[in-house]
Ligand binder design. Sequence first.
Ligand SMILES: Cc1ncc(COP(=O)(O)O)c(C=O)c1O
Length: 492
Amino acid sequence: MPPLPLYLQIADQYQRIIHAGGLKRGDRFPSIRHIMQTQQVSMSTAVQACHVLEDWGLLRAKPRAGYFVENTDAHQPVASGLRPAANDTTAKPQQDLSQRYDGLHQFISEWMAKAEQYPVSIDFMTAVAAPRSYPTAQLNRAAASVLRQHPDILTTFARRYGHPKLRTVLARRSAERGMTLQAGDLTITHGCIEALNLALRAVCSKGDVVAVESPTFYGVLQALEAQGLQPLEIPTSAEHGLSLDALEMALDSQQPPVRAVICMPTLHNPLGCSMSDANKEALVALCRRYQVPLIEDDIYAQTSAEHVHSKPAKAWDSDGSVIYCSSLNKILAPGLRLGWMAAGRWQARVEMLKYSQSRYLDELGQLTAATFMDSQAYDRYLARFQARLQQLRQRAVQAIAQHFGNQVQMLDPTGGMMLWLRLPDHVPALQLSQLALEQGVLTSPGPMFSSKPRMAHFLRMSFGAVSEEQIEQGIAILAECMARLAAAPTSH
Ligand SMILES: Cc1ncc(COP(=O)(O)O)c(C=O)c1O
């Protein structure tokens, strides 16, 4: 018989210690660093061993505190901890071609498909603002003026890499945030999601490991899965964002090595937290030291007056090793689907990939956005937009405090359009989301934000697309559903 993988040997060793009484229920479990040092293994092996013990019911992860012994009775045959290697296609069940994604993130498509089966009256899932919060009339006027000035715009071949006017405006506005970019440094994309996908294709090959925050935006996990890349989840706290210590350990010891890092340093989705300037600078320096490209997703910074002039990590990029990705879909016009990226030293490769993948974007939308963003009216609009989101955020925070009391924990973020809630231990997010969906309230259950079974008791609520009344009603319904689950914990 082939020897057991190292992580299983370690998990089994700790299982024996727990059963022998060496570690009791409630005891703090040795840290990942301790396991790495004492067992002389990489961080991913130590982390995998802990995940197996967690899956076996022997450990429980407490956010920001580490692992604790949970159940000293559970006994598992070691082979039950075997996980198929990411590239081991023989171990996969036969793929159902009707699935939209395979592997772990089939779950996301299933949840989205389920949401479509119910009449949703309160949408706490979609992370955009309501149409009335955007400058509809001003954009319509700008579009009409573009059509008047360029009557053949719809029948003329679009320019490469984006319209020069939009690239110029975006480059000028990025200087307000400490980035030194020229129009030629930018590529216009189909939303931030295309920018992230292009960035990954430019720097990774199938099977590569990519470090991501944990939890992270589920679209990142889908993009990785679609490209055959493996996420390595790095602990990320609601106070400080991505753990630089853990990232350094991963860059130092992970085998196969980390090929890229994806990070949301400002207004992280779903946590809502931001890294300090010092940490952003240290993140760029760390990735540079290990010569690993940093892919920065900066889509939410301008949803907040507090962050509108904050520096992205890209501002500390002196050698083109940060690939900056953003979009106008959250802050200006979700219907335009315009994104953009500054790929630094990978710019030429990204342009080639973009051309081969999807050619160029229509110019009516680009010129419409550029015309409006070139005016001071844009700054006035942005201030109103940020104030509106802040109002909704305050209302959501108040309603959660009123309806849930201290039963849920949350960070009150300084911007963005979402809240990340920790539910009580007896309330699985998936069951709560299902019950709420049956009442017409759509939320995003925590498991969507990790490729590991770690976020079972978290819930993300977006509040940008709803009214104050809907916030009030929706949170009351969620609290009611939670009370029902608490009263009959096994009935769902
Ligand atoms: C963090 C983050 N990055 C990227 C995206 C995708 O952006 P876009 O809609 O511009 O493609 C989203 C959308 O929700 C997001 O939350």
